[in-house]
Design a protein around this ligand. Structure first.
Ligand code: NAD
Length: 488
């Protein structure tokens, strides 16, 4: 696999410099052809401690600059993302396996996240009021200190940008722990932040896996932890970080249901459902995983199959992340078949000519799934949709609400009444009406419900301001001649 630049092995980024110790390392494998494209260090708690020391020292100066000064770095950084978008997109593609178009869209979303961050001075202006004669109360948002961000494999560029711009603009300093499966994009992010003028120590990267994550949760000088990944690990991180009295928001996995009514627009629904389940090879926490077809939706299903047949692995469909992921996804399809579901489009055993080492799974549509089957309940994280039939919208909503997860849910219909019912009754944090991937755009915030998120508030947008800051309330009186009572 030829990379954009010749990538040397990944190094940690501490106090503005790249360096490694004697850590063990792990191969970074491109899912496009299975080749080793780099090595990533498996850092220790000592490496994490060095990064925290650097972030703690940098916090003193960074937090005392004004927010207007801090956003200047992100205006320049935003331009650098734009200037380097081709290289950054190719890097995402190489380490994650998604298509170039999907990778570019991810970097563009990173740019949009920076645009929200540079607007923060406008949003967080504080309050002041004369609360009794001569006495003023004022509020100020203050940063927390050193914060940590732990990210998953599926968006190597975008998910780090969910946290970096907002947390730093609001005056915090950060230790980032990227997914060890896709550590290359964050190397470039660190380089570009430095080029944009971010002072040394404000942003640090410690690579590795479980050991670093546990050290982050335990470190007494880290004030807050944000996590994005599977529900299993989100629970571990949330429990461990809060047990040492840190603030924590931990986003977990998903099992998103799309409820399709027979009156839905045929072509729009078929193409939206297929795009939702197959985009990024189904490895999006907002991907459609279950379609609940209400009553007679066979024409829509037939059109979905036609649409899905237009998808060509290796062309407009990328890879899944690893050989194990391919095996797991195909295993789920096998289980559904064995349990009596009907595979109406089968993506198993897909290979791409010239890329035989790549981890491809073709789009897969499984009909007549029942709610007790594993494909109906568990997160598959591949380009697979399970269709459950329901007699009416109440049953469809009950199936959706039967899931432990609650990231997204959507309804496809032309009826305002049914749409409103799903909007109100579906137990999910992000709802779509005639939209298959209902990602809220800034200033709206991103976050699910139930086992798709632990902690208070969301990770992006306005809600993240609360997470990354604490409010100082100051009461002042400059008129000693005023009569003193308990309120003044
Ligand atoms: P993962 O949970 O395996 O890994 C996420 C992070 O946790 C990585 O940095 C990894 O190094 C670390 N980690 C892994 N195992 C650990 C352990 N036992 N102890 C401590 N740390 C550990 O997730 P992934 O496979 O990288 O990403 C896919 C998952 O992320 C899917 O479940 C997907 O739904 C979820 N996701 C959720 C959202 C969301 O917004 N809710 C967004 C993106 C991805």
């Amino acid at each position: 696999m030829e990379l954009v630049k010749s990538q040397s092995n990944v190094q940690n980024f501490i106090n503005g410099s790249f360096a490694n110790g004697e850590q063990e390392s792990l191969d970074v494998i491109s899912p496009i052809d299975g080749s080793v494209i780099s090595k990533v260090p498996l850092s220790t708690s000592q490496d994490l401690n060095n990064a925290v020391i650097s972030a703690k020292e940098a916090f003193v100066d960074w937090s005392s600059t004004t927010i207007k000064e801090r956003v200047q770095v992100f205006f320049r950084y935003r331009s650098l993302l734009e200037k380097n978008i081709d290289e950054l997109s190719k890097l995402v593609q190489a380490e994650n396996g998604k298509t170039y178009g999907e990778a570019k869209a991810e970097v563009e979303k990173g740019i949009e996240l920076c645009e929200f961050a540079v607007s923060l001075p406008q949003i967080i202006a504080n309050e002041i009021q004369e609360v009794s004669k001569g006495v003023e109360c004022r509020t100020e948002r203050k940063p927390l200190g050193v914060v940590a961000s732990i990210t998953p494999f599926n968006f190597p560029n975008m998910v780090p940008h969910w946290t970096i711009p907002n947390a730093l603009v609001l005056g915090n300093t950060m230790v980032m722990k990227p997914s060890e499966v896709v550590p290359l994009s964050v190397v470039r992010i660190a380089e570009l932040l430095k080029e944009a003028g971010l002072p040394d120590g404000v942003f640090n990267v410690v690579n590795g896996g479980k050991e670093v994550v546990e050290a982050i949760c335990d470190h007494p000088d880290i004030a807050a932890v944000s996590f994005v990944g599977s529900t299993k690990v989100a629970k571990i991180v949330y429990k461990r970080a809060t047990s040492t009295l840190k603030r924590c928001v931990a986003l977990g996995g998903a099992k998103n249901h799309l409820i399709v009514l027979p009156d839905a627009n045929l072509q729009m629904t078929a193409s939206n459902v297929v795009a939702s389940m197959s985009g990024c090879a189904g490895q999006r926490c907002m991907a459609a995983s279950v379609m609940v077809g209400v009553d007679k939706v066979d024409p829509i299903i037939e059109r979905m199959v036609e649409e899905a047949k237009k998808i060509t692995p290796g062309d407009n469909l990328g890879t899944v992340i690893s050989a194990e992921a391919k095996q797991r996804i195909e295993g789920y399809i096998d289980q559904a078949e064995a349990a009596g579901a009907k595979i109406i489009l089968d993506g198993r055993n897909t290979t791409v000519k010239g890329k035989e080492g790549g981890f491809y799974v073709g789009p897969t549509i499984i009909d007549y799934v029942t709610p007790d089957m594993s494909v109906a309940k568990e997160e598959i994280f591949g380009p697979v949709i399970s269709i459950i039939r329901a007699k009416d919208v109440n049953e469809a909503i009950a199936i959706e609400n039967g899931s432990n997860y609650g990231n997204a849910a959507a309804v496809f219909t032309q009826s305002g009444g049914f749409a409103k019912k799903v909007m109100e009754e579906a137990s999910a944090g992000m709802i779509g009406v005639n939209i298959g991937v209902p990602v809220p755009r800034e200033p709206f915030s991103f976050g699910g419900w139930n086992e798709s998120k632990f902690g208070v508030g969301d990770i992006t947008g306005k809600s993240s301001i609360e997470f990354w800051t604490q409010i100082k309330k100051t009461t002042t009186k400059w008129n000693p001649e005023a009569q003193v009572n308990w309120m003044s």
